[in-house]
Design a protein around this ligand. Structure first.
Ligand SMILES: NC(=O)c1ccc[n+]([C@@H]2O[C@H](COP(=O)([O-])OP(=O)(O)OC[C@H]3O[C@@H](n4cnc5c(N)ncnc54)[C@H](O)[C@@H]3O)[C@@H](O)[C@H]2O)c1
Length: 382
């Protein structure tokens, strides 16, 4: 007989941007639909406990969603009966929070980056494994329709031999003086888990590994374009983390990767996050929502034609990959996969080792910058 199974989930950082708009919103949507149906017909119904530091904000958020449980004490939440700890609070101190969750016997599902260094990230992966708890990290970007299409092209062999992968990402983040800063100020403070490389390499690692080939080497150059900013309270502060990151990559199949990522750039392209793959049989460029291809047969002559004004329209020779169905929210897809991992032991690909690999790329990029040299990417295992 099919059963309704309730699964208690602590959402730490519920009042934050990701906490409210992604984790709470998608979990509450699953609950409102009567839970996630499992293979055996049971339904897994998320029940949330919201955790944060500001009782006023937290109480209001909980009330707005039908009087959810809430507390400002993580220790109280850990002592309670909930099964899962989701950490989507600011990145700093995440390892300590995850260690406490594991000690309390909670399964852990956490935002990226999982830790500030690869050693700490691997220590968490080993701790969860030894405790026999289920653990995973959010890796949402390949569920975005544009990148999902790029992944499908890669898996179908569309590119032939992949030659290069290029990530071009970023946009202008206001410094908070004239116009409000669109990112939290902790993003610009090292001690709080800030830094663009730590933030975004976490995505580039799994995207490039799966879209093109595993990354085997990195050489990075970083800078802080805007050294003074104004925080949420209107106070000026000095930035001590990088806001611009360039990296050259070696991939296992001999291909070359390049990352250009900045919070101080004005994009003139389809999306603020674009990935282009060039291969012998074709190329594709994708943003979060759309993906365009150019096969070898469709490739225009550009070398000579582009030498005169109006000689070739480089944008005209690309075909858009059509949508194959409705696009489900990427975070919803992450949660459904992790809930199936919990509820019916289905595999969950982004384990904490995968999370550590993501941190590893950032870690090695920082070391490359400090030592001014290429860094090899060692294999990680439990
Ligand atoms: N998967 C993704 O695409 C994605 C996108 C953005 C952010 N993130 C990650 O999600 C997490 C939250 O990011 P956000 O953009 O929602 O940030 P945010 O600043 O909007 O929210 C963070 C929350 O943590 C709380 N907080 C701040 N400092 C804290 C501290 N020292 N201790 C405990 N709580 C603290 C804040 O009050 C807030 O509620 C980060 O780890 C970030 O890297 C992931």
């Amino acid at each position: 007989m099919a059963n309704d199974r309730r699964i208690g989930i602590i959402v730490n950082g519920a009042t934050g941007r990701m906490g409210t708009t992604q984790h709470m919103a998608n979990l509450l949507a699953i609950a409102a639909e009567g839970g996630l149906p499992l293979k055996n017909g049971d339904r897994l119904i998320p029940e949330l406990t919201l955790v944060g530091r500001d009782a006023g904000k937290l109480g209001a958020l909980a009330a707005a969603h039908g009087n959810l449980h809430w507390t400002t004490s993580l220790a109280e939440a850990f002592a309670g009966p909930d099964h899962v700890f989701m950490d989507c609070a600011a990145t700093g101190e995440r390892p300590e929070r995850v260690r406490q969750a594991i000690a309390a016997g909670k399964h852990v599902f956490i935002e990226k980056p999982t830790a500030p260094t690869v050693d700490e990230a691997m220590a968490l992966a080993r701790l969860a494994d030894r405790a026999g708890l289920k653990a995973g990290v959010i890796q949402d970007k390949l569920f975005l329709p544009g990148f999902a299409k790029l992944l499908a092209l890669s898996q179908s062999g569309f590119f032939g031999r992949i030659l290069s992968v290029r990530v071009d990402a970023g946009s202008w983040i206001f410094d908070g003086t004239e116009r409000e800063c669109q990112r939290p100020s902790w993003n610009y403070r090292k001690a709080d888990g800030g830094g663009l490389a730590l933030d975004m390499m976490a995505h580039w690692r799994y995207m490039i590994d799966r879209l093109a080939a595993p990354i085997t080497g990195v050489c990075a150059l970083m800078s802080t374009a805007i050294p003074k900013r104004v925080d949420e309270q209107g106070r000026a502060y000095a930035v001590d983390a990088e806001d611009t990151n360039y990296a050259l990559l070696k991939l296992a199949n001999g291909a070359v990767g390049m990352i250009t990522n900045s919070w101080a750039t004005r994009p003139r392209r389809d999306d603020t996050m674009v990935v282009q793959i060039d291969g012998t049989e074709g190329s594709a460029a994708a943003g979060r929502f759309r993906c365009f291809t150019q096969s070898a047969a469709d490739t225009p002559e550009a070398f000579t034609a582009a030498a005169r004004a109006g000689g070739v329209d480089l944008m005209a020779h690309w075909k858009e990959v059509p949508d194959t169905g409705p696009n489900k929210n990427p975070f919803r897809q992450c949660w459904e996969a992790f809930l199936r991992h919990l509820g019916e032991d289905a595999p969950y690909v982004p384990t904490l080792v995968e999370g550590a690999k993501a941190v590893q790329l950032a870690d090695l990029a920082y070391r490359s910058m400090a030592k001014q040299r290429w860094m090899a990417v060692p294999q990680l295992s439990l």
